[in-house]
Ligand binder design. Sequence first.
Ligand code: ZN
Ligand code: ZN
Ligand code: FE
Length: 713
Amino acid sequence: MQGSPVLLEQFCGALKGEAPPLAKIESIEESTLACVAEEGFVIGDSSSGNEVETLIPPDIAMCSDCRRELLDPKNRRFRYPFINCTNCGPRYTIVERLPYDRPFTSMHGFIMCPECEGEYHNPFDRRFHAQPNACPVCGPSITLLDASGTFCGVHDDVAAETALLLKMGRIVALKGVGGFHLAVDARNDEAVRLLRERKGREAKPFAVMMRDMSVVRRFCELSEGERDALTSAEAPIVLLKKRMIEGLSPAVAPGNDRIGVMLPYTPLHTLLFDESLEVLVMTSANFSEEPLVNENDEALLRLKGITDAYMMHNRPIYLKCDDSVTIHLSGKLRQIRRSRGYVPAPVLLCDDGPVVLATGGELKNTLALLKGNHALLSQHIGDMKNFEAYRHFQHVAIHLQHLFQATPELLVHDLHPGYMTTQWALTQGVPVLGVQHHHAHLASCLAENKEAGPAIGLLLDGTGYGTDGTIWGGEVLIGDATGAERFASFEPMPLPGGDAAVMQPWRAAVGYLFRSFSSMPDLPFMKERNIEPVLELLQKRVSVYETSSCGRLFDAVAALSGMQGEISYEGEAAIGLMLAAGGTTGSTAFRYAFHEVNGRWIIMVSPIVQDAVAAVQEGVSVGEISRRFHRALVNCFKDIIRKAAHATGITTVALSGGVFQNALLFETLVFELEEAGYRVLTHSLVPSNDGGISLGQAVIGRSYLAGQYRGCS
Ligand code: ZN
Ligand code: ZN
Ligand code: FE
């Protein structure tokens, strides 16, 4: 451009300040050129020899303009559940292939009426090139079916009729953007309990959708950052602190100080709420750990016996996508499940490189495709032990490559030979690399922070296959994407029954006690459990796995303190233990110790277990046990990081792993490490849990292709 300096400056300001809501400016480069005799405005040709970069936008919550029209009786789209525009509506979930044009979306079956067509082609209309543009005349519509799948809507206004069913306490399966939800009035305790019973979901909290911010403020504490997240175009679930839960069924989020809240993000959601319907349980329609149900026939088949009615529509969902789950901690929004609204927006990397596809882990699986300086992560796929989830994984793995027109030079998988994701990678006829789980965690944290490293990685989680064949999970790895050294790890503890112990923390407790004491102490929790067979396994060393897991240490301490001995979802005992602390780590700490073995530090956890047992026997409260336990962990992590910094001169610390979803541990540790002068890198763009490891695997894959990879030792 050319013109007076004032105008040029105004233009630059407007470019950033007045960009359309969905525009993402990755970078602006400026340079000064000589003036030429030209005038007017042209959009230049983008095919300058380089490959054209096409990005598929994520699914975006209804914008305020569309909301206004939706509720305006004079508008031709009044109460039309599929109203959308260039700034909002479904995207990723309806795209079958590129280019992103209507014929290649699941809207291809709907021929636009002349009025919609006019909007679509008018550059001054806010629906100019809105691919899913539709209206009541030409677009998709909703229908209501009863429990047997028979059409039962009698009014024109299906949304109003659905709302009526919900008010009567009925469970309704709602087809949305990325799949079906099961919805029920969250104030109706009987109905919520019935949903738990029918869905076979004992205690895992349900997410809720609240009518508007006034309702959110009534039930929850709310910071500015949390408000911004709730009202963002991504419209994720945000885990908010409960404030006043009177009026809500206690069965919504039992035993938790937080509740997952989202605002209505589609026109249909908006139409369901009114003065007498303010909060709906909105849970993915699936069987635990399966991907959600997306198509009408599948819903009728699989939700039979669970739902009282189906509210369906005839716009096909091409790709399943769950709601995203986030939490605001230490001043930033953190991803717990990165899906709808965020996917497939790229995570930006500092470097370009070859195309690499990483297959992720076994639980909370996601895939990551690197192309240029973009890391394109898939939506949350789920637990790979589940056949449906694995089928979904295969579909997404192929779809991602097609969608972004990228053929990987390398497939990266977890070191674990038994993972389905490993098996899949090995059969694709593409070169492969196996990467250690916690090394991937470290590299993921570095990558999303655009850091080359090296850093001191504190990697805390439940399970990851180690280079020595044991189960790792309480690790200090020092390194970067090219390699890492295991500087320290938790003292290995015996886990009787392996994976069975994950859902039965009392088994972990027996194993940890067995290793920590020469003769088994007597504790109250043992009266309720048949520990003899487990002790026999430990003595005979049959089906006993050695683990340095941090998650299992939490389980063991929770169980031996008399908390949940059996749980219904992974991490339940750890959450219970954290909540017992009441938001503070206290000043007294259990003992811990360090042993140096062959130049590597072992963080001894048996003193922690011994002290916890002594506290139980002295009648110390669970709350105080939890505070001393958390204080011990924070202190010992600070100590070991100091040793690492001393040994290497590195003062950057990277925190990763599912244990960092523990708000108390995370916030305390971040604060105290920063206070001690470290630069602390944390996750915010991708989950710290295993949903984030595909990113780390992929960038490690690039270091391998560059000939720099030296592994994890
Ligand atoms: Zn809109
Ligand atoms: Zn139309
Ligand atoms: Fe992990």
